[in-house]
Design a protein around this ligand. Structure first.
Ligand code: HGY
Ligand code: MN
Ligand code: MN
Length: 416
């Protein structure tokens, strides 16, 4: 159902400049961005974001996990707000666009609405969710998961990074001290623009995609225990080599993903041997597993197959292998009505678009799991590469995505 809405045009060059100004916060020599969650660089970017929102007379709220909510009031404060946003934290070898495109596009929409001088019926809430990447403090999507009530705040504050630093200690480092819990503002709808981080839009020569949902994710922590011994005198046949156990389990995980292809995914991103000395047979290994599949059932089958493989390897090599699931995000569909509005506005603007399922997790998943109508826009990603310093998108695709997003957001803002 079309709603009378003013035509508000975003300023594409300002958006593009803004993205590249934030990319200088944590810029790496190879052209990427390293702005790990809750690091000083993350705070620097968040402070810049807060300053820009404050200049638009937006009210700033935070919650106890570090999410930041900037709200432009609508005519009727009793109406649920339209939420638009993403994340500012990055991977250690992150790119300029993963997350930042979403937060800065939301900010661009706020600037454009502010400059248009027409007060929307309902509030616009621009959000920067904390620790979406989960690269330092697992799980991913931590801030949005706590906000949505799907992850326990106390459990998350106690999560430690590989050096034993807790989330609470890092948050405490922030000079603004403890944050008031955010008042429970009702949300009308959630919109997020993000780079696709995969090859589909580029293969089809399309600038943008309307995201219909996000696949299921399960993460595991694994500890493998064997026994240290001297690399020299110890015969190959009498070793309890945790390192080889990790290697064999990694290959088994690859096979499980291939057996559940073409959509199954299995990744061992962290492997830490101990004592990590060249002439000592590793006595223990810590490793992580990231598994994904569009089907929750298939992902459960993959879990069982990985546990079975771990048992076989443990018996064969005289090891103890513990596989503990630490996170599960179920397959989450987005709102069909909002997908159609994106398609409508893309056609109106002359931007080719296709529907697409997301291989990556996003903050919008948790907002959708709250029952809020949610949708995402994807932009084409060069070579489908992301979580890599070479991550790249085209200016015209970022602008096309932000224009379509803005149209759908503005339509909701002016809906009574
Ligand atoms: O893991 C993910 O899919 C996201 O990049 N946090
Ligand atoms: Mn992201
Ligand atoms: Mn990411």
């Amino acid at each position: 159902m079309a709603i009378q809405k003013p035509r508000i045009d975003i300023n594409g060059s300002r958006l593009w400049d803004s993205i590249h100004s934030y990319a200088r916060i944590g810029a790496t020599a190879k052209g990427g961005v390293k702005r790990m969650a809750f690091s000083q660089l993350d705070y620097q970017a968040r402070d810049q974001f807060i300053d820009e929102c404050t200049e638009l007379n937006m009210t700033i709220e935070r919650d106890k996990i570090g999410n930041i909510f900037a709200t432009m009031a609508g005519e009727d404060p009793t109406l649920p707000v339209v939420m638009v946003g993403s994340h500012l934290d990055t991977q250690p070898t992150g790119g300029k666009y993963d997350g930042a495109l979403g937060v800065l596009s939301a900010l661009e929409i706020a600037k454009s609405v502010y400059e248009a001088g027409q007060r929307p019926k309902r509030g616009l809430q621009v959000v920067a969710f904390a620790n979406e990447e989960g690269g330092r403090f697992a799980p991913a999507m931590m801030g949005s998961g706590v906000f949505a009530g799907k992850l326990s705040l106390d459990d998350m504050l106690a999560i430690k990074d590989i050096d034993g630093m807790t989330v609470a200690e890092e948050l405490g480092r922030d000079s603004t001290g403890d944050y008031p819990a955010r008042p429970n503002t009702a949300i009308d709808s959630m919109f997020e623009i993000h780079i696709e981080q995969g090859p589909i839009l580029e293969e089809e020569g399309l600038p943008i995609g309307a995201v219909t949902g996000v696949q299921a994710i399960r993460w595991y922590d694994v500890t493998i225990v064997g026994s240290e011994a001297h690399a020299g005198p110890t015969p190959m046949t009498s070793r309890k080599d945790a390192g080889l156990g990790a290697a064999e389990l990694s290959l088994a995980i690859e096979q499980v993903a291939l057996d559940h292809g073409p959509d199954g995914r299995g990744t061992v991103g962290v492997i830490v041997p101990s004592p990590a000395s060249r002439n000592v047979i590793p006595g223990s290994v810590y490793l992580t597993i990231d598994t994904r599949h569009p089907s929750d059932e298939a992902l459960l089958e993959m879990k069982q197959a990985i546990q079975d493989a771990a048992k076989v390897i443990a018996e064969k090599r005289g090891l103890e292998i513990d596989v503990t699931e630490i996170w599960h995000s179920p397959a989450t569909p987005f709102d069909e009505g909002l997908v159609q509005r994106l398609e409508h506005f893309a056609a109106e603007r002359g931007h080719p678009i296709r529907r697409i399922w997301s291989g990556a997790g996003h903050d919008s998943v948790y907002i959708a799991q709250m029952g809020v109508p949610t949708v995402m826009v994807f932009t084409q990603t060069k070579d489908g590469i992301s979580h890599n310093e070479s991550e790249s998108i085209k200016k015209e695709d970022a602008i096309a995505g932000c224009e379509v997003l803005a149209d759908a957001v503005v339509e909701r803002l002016f809906k009574g």
